[in-house]
Each structure stands twice: as structure tokens, then as C-alpha cells.
Ligand binder design. Structure first.
Ligand code: ARG
Length: 567
């Protein structure tokens, strides 16, 4: 990795001068007009040594310039007052690194010091309820984070954690019974109709609401008829959900749900009791998870309601027991709406207190809301919370209208582009922030959009398709600034990737692939590769563009985006 090599050179020199420091951090240049990389550790060094930064900086830079292999790395290294070391890389060094990246499926990324086993909990759809736009966020963000972790070399276990045991089940069973539908006849159309009707009815009719809660409770206690109905409802609903995930290219290793956690509840209870953590409060059983240092109140976790029913937090604790037993993971990550952060804080603390798993292994990766132009949660034209199919259809409609009906695109290509539109729009945002769902903007081929990235890729694929560069070794040349800028950007890959990995933010990958595409467009608009007669130069450039496209493709795959054949 370029930065590390540069850091090592500076470190060697610092040591040679007799200064002991490991604060030799190199960063990307803040002034690309002046240099490629820079180091501002001189200030810190001067401070610990009680010396003048100018003196130390100049001494260091002179020493670097005197290195026998200076030219292998640098074109220029300068000290700039008051305390910066500015470095301009040699073409040699740039090209050597590009070759190493090209020869490695992981673009010369370093393996992690420790390979971790990471359980990822995302998706979280609720059986028998339609998926909404929030469920698209968790699916896409979670899948992308999983791919980033895998690319880094970690081992992931993705669990969909279905909401399959909640109150909606009682409501749907109530509705099915009322309509006299035989268990084996239940269809997805029935669920689509019954759930909203029952949910509305429960809001206005207290008796029905109680009955539905009673059914849910009986189901959880093992009632056999309800169990059979529930199983069928889960099957029908899962099939529908799987269809949506297939469309989104999102997949899971485990198709488990809240119901699978029930057998582990007695263990949780035992552990809580052993540590004397369970208290009764107004008939309910609770766990005090507050800390003296809390600035905001963290209310107790409710383990069991007064009617004996278990809650969302209970099944989450039980699920942790299950995961620890089966996988003993180093980490457990949850991708949900940010508004669930208090819930997870309570669960993580209770897990830690009970000795189920330490607080430090958990991460709640929250995401913001998808809003309409009015800044309020996104609604359909008729004012409902949109089903996912509605979003897919909208993107498709715009895409097809742009083609004026004279498109040669296959259904498969259309679906890939629809996916790119929605996913790039979503993942380019810092996941914690809300964003405005503006499908027209997301579908543009210019700007920071999925179609722009796809377009760039396909354009390059065309340029390089018929040039044979088998065994061509990249020369030491760089031909102009468009060329140099692109090469330098490709070398930044480990930095962008490291940020995405560390912060669990796919947006760093989206930003990076967009930057590559901007520079690639500038490159080919100013450098006409196809007509070139100088074959050495042509092969160098095709080599560069081949690597560029390989990287764009990999970045898109990390963003769960596939490339169509045409667009
Ligand atoms: N079903 C939940 C919802 O729709 C999300 C589940 C998230 N995962 C978890 N382990 N709590 O909000």
C-alpha cells in the first residue's frame, strides 16, 4: 500500500537521524496542485524534541533526497513552511503499484491482522406485513457491508432475523379464521388483504385487539392449531420476501426468526436470575440497565410482560445466546433504522450484565429515513407508505420512458439498471443520514448516479474490447495529467476501502467509484485511445483502462450492483 511504503521511508529516515517516533503519518495531499501525498508529523516531532519544526523538517527532507533509491519512489520531496513534507511520486513507483494491484484479485489489499467471524443481522422483514422502503435500506446496506467484510477477508454469517412471532401474526390468524380460509389455501393475496384490514380494525376495536393479542400469546405458548396456521403464513410470506431479495440480489446464510429464539429464553432467564438482574415491576419482569454515567435516561429492559408474554428485547437476548452457542462470533452487527438505537443499547447492556456476550462485540449500524420532497417519510401518490414493488416499478417506468420504446434492452438488463438506480442512490449517502427519494434525479446518466457509473463502465468496455494486451507489461511512462490523475486515484483504493470497512459505510466505496468514473471520463475524452498508432502507448492505456474497469466492477459488486450488457 502506497501510504505505508511512504510512511516506512520517512520512519527509516527519522530513526537514522536518531529521532525516535512512530507518529510518521502520511496522508493524501490537501493540495493536489502541489503534491500527491503529504506528511505533517513534523510539528509533533518538533514538539516532543523541543526543536524548531522548520529545522527538523528540512533535515528530514534533505535526508530523504539523499537516499540512494530516491528516484525509485519520488519525483520530488519538499519541505514547505511551517511544517509540511510534500511528496510527488515517481512514475516508476506509481506504475509498480498499479501492476501489483492488477496482479491481485484483492488489489493488493492487506489481509486483516485477525480474521473475524462476524454475524450480520439485517433484512428483518416482518412476516405477513408488506415490506416498506426501510426494509430496502437494511437489505441493501446490510448486504453491502457483508460484501465489504468478506472482501477484507473476514468470515460472515448473515441472518435475516424475520419478525415472525409478533402481534401481526395474531391479527392475520384472526382474519383468516373470520374469512374461513382453509390453512392450505392461504395465499399471499390473502395476507396482503388481511393484514392492513386487521391492523386498522385493531386500532378502532379494543376487543378485537385483545383477541388478536390472545391468539399471539397462545401461539407462543405452543397452541397446535395456531402453530399450523402460523407455519403456513410464514411459508407463504417467506416465498414472497425471498422473491424481493432475489430481485435485489441480497442473500442470507440463515433464514431464522424471532420464533427460533424462543427455546433459548429459559437460558436467558436463568442467567439473569443467577446474577440477580431480574426485578419485578408492576407484574412485569425487568432488567435495570442504566448506568450512573448516563447523560440520557436509559429505561429498564422489559424481559416479560405482566401477562407472561415476551417482547422484542427478550427474543433479541435469546438470539444472542443462540448465536454465541452456534458460532461464537467475534462481533455481531445489526443493521436497522436508527430509531431502534435505544432498544439495542438496552439489549447490549443486558447481554453484558448477564454474561451472555460482552458489550464490546456489538455494533448497531443505524440508518436514516427515506423522505419525499416535503422532507417527510416517503409516500406514494395516493398517500400510502410505498411497497417495495412500487419503487421498482417507478424506476422501471422512468427508465423505459427515456428509451422512447426503441430499446434493445432485455428484461434482465432493465432489472440490473433499476437495481443500480435505487442502490447507488441509497448507498452513496452516509447511511446515518436521511435522504430524499427523487427517482428522476437518481435515474439521470449525468451526475452522481448509478446509471452514470454503469455508462462509464460500458463506454470503457467498448474502447478496450478489441485491443489485445495479453502479457503486456505496463511501461514506466505516464503520458499526461489526465493519465496521471487516473493512475493516482486507482492507488487510493486501500484508503477508500479502509474507511468503508472501519466505519461500516458503503458510501466511501460509492464516493470512490464515482471519483474514478469522473477521472475516467476526463481521461478518454482527452486521450483518444482507439485511433492511436503508437502501440506501446496504446497498450499502456488499454492496460490502465482494463484495470480501471476491473476495479469499477468490483466496487459495484461491493455495492450490490450488477452490470448490464447494454443501456
Ligand atoms: N423486524 C424488525 C423491524 O422490522 C427488525 C429486526 C432487526 N433485528 C433484530 N435482531 N432486532 O423493525
Amino acid at each position: 500500500m502506497v501510504i505505508e511504503e511512504l510512511e516506512n521511508i520517512l520512519l527509516e529516515v527519522t530513526k537514522k537521524l536518531g529521532y525516535d517516533t512512530d507518529s510518521m503519518r502520511v496522508i493524501l495531499s490537501n493540495r493536489p496542485d502541489l503534491c500527491d501525498y503529504q506528511c505533517d508529523a513534523v510539528f509533533k516531532l518538533a514538539k516532543t524534541l523541543h526543536k524548531n519544526p522548520i529545522e527538523i523538517g528540512e533535515e528530514l527532507v534533505n535526508e530523504v533526497n539523499a537516499l540512494p533509491n530516491f528516484q525509485e519512489y519520488f519525483e520530488k520531496v519538499e519541505f514547505v513552511k511551517p511544517g509540511f513534507i510534500n511528496m510527488t511520486l515517481s512514475s516508476n513507483f506509481i506504475n509498480k503499484n498499479l501492476i501489483e494491484m492488477n496482479d491481485d484479485a484483492h488489489f493488493h489489499l492487506k489481509k486483516p491482522e485477525k480474521i473475524e467471524t462476524i454475524v450480520l443481522d439485517y433484512g428483518g422483514p416482518n412476516v405477513a406485513k408488506p415490506l416498506h422502503v426501510g426494509h430496502m435500506r437494511t437489505a441493501i446496506v446490510g448486504e453491502s457491508i457483508k460484501r465489504i467484510l468478506n472482501f477484507a477477508g473476514h468470515k460472515t454469517i448473515a441472518d435475516v432475523h424475520l419478525g415472525d412471532y409478533g402481534l401481526q401474526i395474531g391479527q392475520v390468524i384472526y382474519g383468516v379464521q373470520k374469512e374461513n380460509i382453509a390453512i392450505s389455501d392461504i395465499t399471499i393475496q390473502d395476507l396482503d388483504r388481511i393484514y392492513p384490514a386487521m391492523s386498522a380494525l385493531c386500532k378502532e376495536n379494543e376487543e378485537v385487539k385483545e383477541e388478536c393479542a390472545e391468539i399471539t400469546k397462545k401461539l407462543q405458548d405452543g397452541d397446535l392449531t395456531y402453530h399450523d396456521m402460523w407455519k403456513k403464513i410464514c411459508e407463504v410470506s417467506s416465498e414472497d420476501i425471498l422473491g424481493i431479495y432475489k430481485y435485489l440480489d441480497v442473500s442470507f446464510d440463515l433464514w431464522l426468526g424471532e420464533s427460533d429464539a424462543y427455546p433459548y429464553i429459559p437460558k436467558v432467564e436463568k442467567m439473569l436470575k443467577e446474577k440477580k438482574l431480574l426485578q419485578s415491576s408492576e407484574g412485569a419482569m425487568i432488567v435495570d440497565v442504566s448506568k450512573e454515567t448516563d447523560k440520557k435516561e436509559v429505561p429498564p429492559l422489559v424481559f416479560q410482560k405482566s401477562n407472561g408474554a415476551y417482547l422484542y428485547a427478550t427474543t433479541d437476548l435469546a438470539t444472542i445466546v443462540n448465536r454465541m452457542e452456534d458460532y461464537n462470533p467475534d462481533r455481531i452487527l445489526y443493521v436497522t433504522d436508527s430509531r431502534q438505537s435505544l432498544h439495542f443499547e438496552q439489549v447490549f447492556r443486558a447481554s453484558d450484565l448477564a454474561g451472555i456476550a460482552p458489550y464490546s462485540i456489538f455494533e448497531h449500524l443505524g440508518y436514516g429515513t427515506v423522505n419525499g420532497n416535503d422532507g417527510k417519510p416517503y409516500k406514494t401518490r395516493s398517500g400510502d407508505s410505498p411497497k417495495l414493488q412500487y419503487l421498482f416499478d417507478q424506476a422501471k417506468e422512468i427508465l423505459i420512458s427515456k428509451k422512447d420504446g426503441n430499446s434493445e434492452m432485455s428484461e434482465e438488463d432493465i432489472d440490473k439498471i433499476v437495481n443500480a438506480i435505487l442502490k447507488f442512490a441509497d448507498l452513496q449517502n452516509n447511511r446515518e443520514r436521511d435522504y430524499i427519494f427523487d427517482i428522476a434525479k437518481f435515474s439521470e446518466v449525468v451526475g452522481k448516479t448509478g446509471p452514470y457509473i454503469l455508462y462509464t463502465y460500458l463506454r470503457i468496455a467498448k474502447i478496450i474490447q478489441n485491443v489485445d494486451i495479453d502479457n503486456h507489461k505496463l511501461s514506466n511512462n505516464i503520458y499526461n495529467n489526465y493519465d496521471r490523475d487516473l493512475r493516482l486515484k486507482l492507488l487510493e483504493f486501500p484508503l477508500a476501502f479502509k474507511n468503508a470497512l472501519e466505519y461500516r459505510m458503503p458510501s466511501y466505496i460509492a464516493d470512490y467509484v464515482y471519483d474514478i468514473c469522473v477521472l475516467t471520463n476526463a481521461f478518454y475524452q482527452n486521450n483518444h485511445v482507439s485511433g492511436l498508432e503508437d502501440m506501446d502507448k496504446k497498450k499502456d492505456w488499454v492496460y490502465l483502462l482494463t484495470l480501471t474497469n476491473k476495479m469499477i466492477k468490483e466496487m459495484l459488486s461491493l455495492l450490490v450492483i450488477k452490470i448490464p450488457t447494454v443501456m
